[in-house]
Design a protein around this ligand. Structure first.
Ligand SMILES: Cc1ncc(COP(=O)(O)O)c(C=O)c1O
Length: 449
C-alpha cells in the first residue's frame, strides 16, 4: 500500500478511536456552536480537490462535534442502540474488502456469512428455520420487500399474474393494519400503491394492541399487518389469537418487529408468543441488536415468494434465488449482513439474551423510580419503552426541552392518546445502571425545579 494511503487510514483509525474514547464524556446532543460551525461546509464544489488528509481533518474537526452521541450510553431517543465493538470492527474490515455482495459471484465470503447470519437470526428469533432472510437497509425497505411478496402471492392465489399484468384490473387486496401502525409501514404501503383511504384500520385497546374482538373481516384477499413492539408503548399484538384466525381465512400476515422482535431472544420471549406463525417479518439490526447503520432484515416463511418478488437476474448476472440481490431491493449492495453475523457470533445466545434482559430490567427500574418521583408512566413497561408525562402538558414540554439542552441525556417527544408525552427507550449495550441513575436524577431534579 502506498505510504500516504497507509498514513491516512491510520489517521482515520486514530480519530475514530479518539471519538469512541470520548463517548461517555461527550454532550449527547451537540451544542449550538458546533451546529453553527457546520456552515463551514457550505463551500462550492472545489475545482481542484483537497488532500485526503485535509478532507479527513475537516470531517473530524467540524463534523465530530456536531454528531449526536447515539453510539454512547445516555441516548434514550427512538430505539437506536449503539454499535457493538465486534460489529464495528467487522464493518472496518468489510470496508477494506469493499465487496459487491449481490451473490456468490460478487463475494463468496459475504454470501457465506449472510447465509449463516440468516440461519442464526431465525434461530435467535424463534422463526421458521427455512425462512429466507434479505439483509436490507432499513425496516422500511424490508417491509416494502415483504409486502411486495405478500401482494404478489395473494394475487397469484386469485389467478392473477402480478409480474406481467401489474395492478391495473387486479383483484383488490384489502390491507388491515393497526390504528397505531408505524408510519414506515404506511409509507411502504403508499409506495406499493395501496391508497391510505382504502386501508382498514383495526381498533386498538388501551395498550395500543389490536383489539381481537374488533378486528375487521379477514379473507383470502387480506394482508394483515401486526406489530411486535408498538413504537410508544413497546406492546405486542396478540399474535397467538390473531394469526391462526388470519391464516385460516387465507390472509397473509406480516409483522413489523423493527425493534420488538428481539424480545424473542430474551427471557421475555413469551411477550411475542405466536409471532412465529406469521408469513413474514421485518426487524432491524441497527436498533436493538446494536449493529451499525444501516442494517435490517426482511424475513419470509416462503423463501420462494420473497425471491420471486425481488428477483433481479439478468443474462449477465444470474444467481441462486437465495442470493441477496434476489431477496432485497438492492442489486449492488454492501455486505451488511456481516456485521449482524459478527454481533451474533460475539454475543452468542446467552450474550444476546443478557443484553435484551438488561434493557428490559433497566426500563422497569426507570419507570418505577419516575413513578415514585411523581411522574405518570403511561405504559405497562414490559419491554424497553417508558412513556412519561409530568403534571401538565406545559411541564412535560419544559422538562423535555431542559433534558435535551442539558447535553447529559437525550430523548424525544411523542403524542399518546391525544396528549404530549416523552418516550424513553433503553437499547444501548453501553448503558450501565449508573447511566440510568443519571437519567433518573436529572428527571427528578427537573420535575422539582
Ligand atoms: C416499530 C417500528 N417500525 C418500523 C420502523 C422503521 O425502521 P427503519 O428506521 O429501520 O426504517 C421503526 C423505527 O424507526 C419502528 O420503531
Amino acid at each position: 500500500m502506498p505510504t500516504e494511503e497507509r498514513a491516512l487510514l491510520v489517521d482515520a483509525d486514530r480519530r475514530a478511536i479518539a471519538y469512541n474514547d470520548s463517548l461517555a464524556q461527550r454532550r449527547v446532543y451537540p451544542n449550538e456552536s458546533a451546529i453553527a460551525a457546520l456552515t463551514n461546509f457550505d463551500t462550492p464544489l472545489p475545482e481542484t480537490g483537497q488532500a485526503a488528509t485535509q478532507v479527513l481533518h475537516s470531517l473530524d474537526e467540524l463534523g465530530s462535534p456536531a454528531t449526536v452521541t447515539s453510539n454512547g450510553p445516555r441516548y434514550f431517543g427512538f430505539v437506536i442502540g449503539a454499535t457493538l465493538p465486534a460489529a464495528a470492527a467487522a464493518e472496518r474490515l468489510v470496508l477494506a474488502w469493499d465487496q459487491c455482495a449481490s451473490s456468490f459471484d460478487g463475494s463468496p465470503i459475504a454470501d457465506k456469512l449472510e447465509k449463516v447470519a440468516a440461519c442464526w437470526v431465525c434461530e435467535a428469533l424463534g422463526l421458521p428455520n427455512k425462512s429466507a432472510v434479505g439483509f436490507g437497509t432499513s425496516a422500511t425497505a424490508c417491509t416494502l420487500a415483504c409486502l411486495s411478496a405478500a401482494r404478489r402471492t395473494l394475487l397469484a392465489r386469485q389467478g392473477w399474474d402480478f409480474d406481467q399484468d401489474g395492478l391495473i384490473g387486479a383483484p383488490e387486496i384489502r390491507v388491515v393494519i393497526s390504528e397505531t401502525a408505524h408510519i414506515t409501514v404506511k409509507k411502504a404501503l403508499r409506495v406499493l400503491g395501496f391508497g391510505m383511504r382504502r386501508l382498514q384500520l383495526a381498533p386498538i385497546d388501551e395498550h395500543g394492541r389490536i383489539d381481537p374482538a374488533r378486528l375487521p373481516k379477514l379473507d383470502e384477499r387480506t394482508l394483515l399487518i401486526l406489530q411486535a413492539g408498538e413504537v410508544n408503548t413497546g406492546e405486542f399484538d396478540r399474535f397467538a389469537e390473531l394469526i391462526p384466525k388470519a391464516r385460516a381465512a387465507g390472509a397473509w400476515v406480516h409483522v413489523d418487529g423493527a425493534f420488538g422482535l428481539w424480545a424473542r431472544a430474551s427471557s421475555s420471549a413469551g411477550l411475542a408468543d405466536g409471532v412465529e406463525l406469521a408469513d413474514s417479518w421485518t426487524t432491524d439490526g441497527h436498533k436493538w441488536l446494536n449493529t451499525p447503520y444501516d442494517s435490517a432484515m426482511a424475513i419470509c416463511r416462503d423463501g420462494d415468494a420473497l425471491a420471486a418478488a425481488m428477483n433481479s437476474d439478468a443474462a449477465y448476472a444470474m444467481a441462486s434465488k437465495d442470493s441477496q440481490k434476489n431477496l432485497t431491493l438492492e442489486f449492488s449492495r454492501r455486505a451488511r449482513g456481516v456485521a449482524i453475523w459478527a454481533a451474533l457470533a460475539n454475543l452468542g445466545r446467552a450474550g444476546l439474551r443478557d443484553m435484551i434482559d438488561q434493557h428490559i430490567r433497566q426500563a422497569g427500574h426507570l419507570a418505577a423510580e419516575l413513578r415514585n418521583g411523581g411522574y405518570q408512566v403511561l405504559n405497562r413497561v414490559r419491554l424497553n419503552q417508558v412513556l412519561v408525562r409530568a403534571d401538565s402538558d406545559e411541564q412535560t414540554a419544559a422538562i423535555l426541552k431542559a433534558a435535551q439542552d442539558s447535553g447529559e441525556v437525550w430523548f424525544g417527544a411523542t403524542i399518546w392518546q391525544g396528549r404530549p408525552a416523552f418516550r424513553l427507550s433503553v437499547s444501548s449495550w453501553r448503558t450501565t445502571d449508573a447511566d440510568i441513575e443519571v437519567l433518573i436524577a436529572l428527571l427528578l431534579r427537573l420535575k422539582n425545579t
